[in-house]
Design a protein around this ligand. Structure first.
Ligand code: ADP
Ligand code: MP5
Length: 528
């Protein structure tokens, strides 16, 4: 659904050694990439936000600075208005005198070479005029303008008589990022109710103001939240999933700031948008867990840098090293068909019967771990996990399966033999590493599957089990205990732990694959 346009935020020079047959688009794209790489290795872009404040940190200048940092840029900030607001609404706005705004702007531009400017809340016609004058004097190389008019709480952030002034500022920007209601004000129309209407308005604005428009679908209804880079003659749409959250305070500020930073790194708007949007979508996914405020809370700007704060984790390193196995598991035939609800019942039952055989042995491995656990906490955890494995999961399996007594398939035996071998010959730490993938991979795949667990899904109760908070908590503790064991292990034991962990990950992957290759003889379940 996308089409690209060769124009770059700052025009790219033509390549001297162009090859015959290269399209201008391809050349411009290569030049962009080269420019982006050169910029990335040369120096960090200095990006200035001119905006209002949000003392709760979710929107305005505070959100802009967090977004610049998330994109690896150096952030600076000039305050247009001090806003007393929180996640529930705006209490008051204090506008410093225009002379002081000018002093702030000149303090930056007299001293620092600015690579990009992002403009947010301006508030009044006077402020628009001060910023317009400064822009005309300084002519920063890249200007992104988010024409903020109303906060997500519904409070106005722009005087009514300033709308015309804001319209006048648009042609000075390289990229303008209105939401749907703001787009309507800028084009003099009614707020669009469909994506097609919004596209038309964005195209009109791009043509009449000679600006690139970032069209945002956040305010439309439906399961998608699509965005697009709209030029007068080309549109590049970037599809997005709508995240089910009320915590969307500051999404517009954050997206336009991320775009300004990425533009300053040398990316085209078309290349920047999927990156900025991917990050914002992750930040929205993590928003509920932030727990900031009681109204429309902020997004989690630090979602991708949080690892810097966490103590290093042996288990997480192994998990990262097994990214290939994880991808093969979650994108394999079994999981994708299970999620889609298209997995034949006979194959699901075959899987459940094998899993039940596996769980018998897995519970024994957990009990062995409890027997040799170095601390009372670890002993209790593994013992409880063993018991729950037998009771909770087996009950769920039995409710879905038929009766009978199948043989263990070669895959099942391979996995249980591995666990048995590590129990018999390995240390506590090695056995902890060997049992961990069954927690972790099920939790990761389970969370994906839980999203698919609509009421009409044939295996809804089974799907929901592995996406629960209880299962997530058990996985967290299993990781913590394995890390603890790794902390006491020497290098050789740690390398045996790593081998045991990876082997279990691979066996999990093959276990998931086995039902789709199984010869479908009717497979009854064991009698218990
Ligand atoms: N619930 C949501 N799920 C996913 N993306 C969203 C959601 N709400 C907004 N967005 C995205 O956040 C960005 C800001 O959009 P929008 O809400 O339209 O702007 P504003 O915050 O200026 O009102 C866009 O990329 C939009 O697609
Ligand atoms: C100072 C300031 N600027 C902008 C917004 C809009 O926030 P949103 O990104 O949710 O539209 C805000 N609430 N406060």
């Amino acid at each position: 659904m996308s089409q690209t346009n060769e124009t770059t935020p700052a025009a790219a020079p033509a390549s001297a050694d162009a090859r015959p047959g290269d399209t201008p688009q391809a050349l411009a794209r290569e030049t962009d990439l080269a420019r982006a790489l050169a910029a990335a290795t040369d120096r960090v872009p200095r990006v200035l936000s001119i905006a209002g404040t949000d003392p709760t940190g979710g929107a305005g200048l505070q959100a802009d600075l967090k977004s610049f940092a998330a994109m690896g840029a150096y952030g600076m900030g000039v305050v247009t208005a001090l806003v007393a607001q929180n996640t529930q609404g705006v209490r008051g706005v204090h506008t410093p005198p225009q002379s002081f705004l000018e002093e702030q702007l000149c303090s930056v531009s007299d001293d620092v070479e600015i690579d990009a400017v992002k403009i947010g809340m301006l508030g009044s016609a006077d402020t628009v005029e001060t910023v317009r004058r400064w822009l005309s004097d300084v002519r920063p190389p890249l200007v992104v303008f988010d024409p903020v008019m109303v906060a997500s709480s519904g409070d106005r952030l722009l005087d009514d008589d300033a709308e015309a002034a804001v319209r006048g500022l648009v042609p000075l920007a390289d990229l303008v990022t209105p939401n749907i209601p703001e787009l309507a004000v800028l084009t003099g129309g009614a707020p669009a109710r469909t994506w097609a209407e919004a596209r038309r308005q964005a195209e009109d604005l791009a043509a009449s103001a000679g600006v690139v428009v970032l069209l945002k679908g956040g305010h439309l209804e439906g399961e998608d939240a699509n965005d697009a880079v709209v030029r007068a003659d080309a549109i590049t749409e970037v599809p997005g999933e709508r995240i089910d959250t009320k915590n969307t305070h500051g999404t517009g500020c954050s997206l336009s700031s991320a775009m300004a930073a990425l533009g300053a790194w040398g990316l085209t708007w078309e290349d920047a948008l999927p990156r900025a949007k991917g990050w914002l979508t992750d930040a929205l996914r993590a928003a509920d867990a932030l727990n900031v405020g009681r109204g429309h809370g902020p997004v989690d700007h630090g979602v991708r840098t949080r690892h810097l704060a966490r103590p290093s984790s042996w288990a997480r390193e192994q998990w990262d090293a097994c990214a290939d196995v994880r991808a093969a598991s979650s994108q394999g035939r079994f999981v994708t068909r299970l999620a889609a609800g298209t997995l034949e019942r006979a194959r699901f039952e075959w899987y459940l019967a094998q899993d039940l055989l596996y769980l018998d042995e897995y519970a024994r491995a957990l009990a062995s771990l409890a027997a040799v656990a170095p601390t009372r906490r670890a002993q209790a955890f593994w013992a409880r996990a063993s018991q729950e494995c037998l009771e909770v999961e087996a009950a769920l399996h039995l409710s879905h399966a038929r009766e009978g007594s199948p043989e263990a398939a070669p895959m099942t035996r391979a996995y249980t033999d591995h666990l048995l071998a590590v129990s018999a010959r390995g240390s506590y730490a090695e056995l902890a590493a060997a049992v961990l993938p069954c927690f972790w991979l099920y939790q990761a795949v389970g969370e994906e599957l839980a999203e698919a667990a609509r009421p009409e899904h044939p295996y809804v109760d089974w799907l929901a089990t592995y996406g629960t908070d209880e299962f997530r908590e058990s996985t967290r503790v299993a990781i913590e205990l394995t890390d603890e064991a790794a902390g006491h292990a020497g290098p050789e034991e740690r390398s045996r732990m790593a081998a045991a962990f990876r082997r279990s990950m691979e066996l999990e992957r093959d276990f998931f694959d086995a039902p789709c290759d199984a010869l479908l003889e009717p497979q009854p379940l064991p009698q218990r």
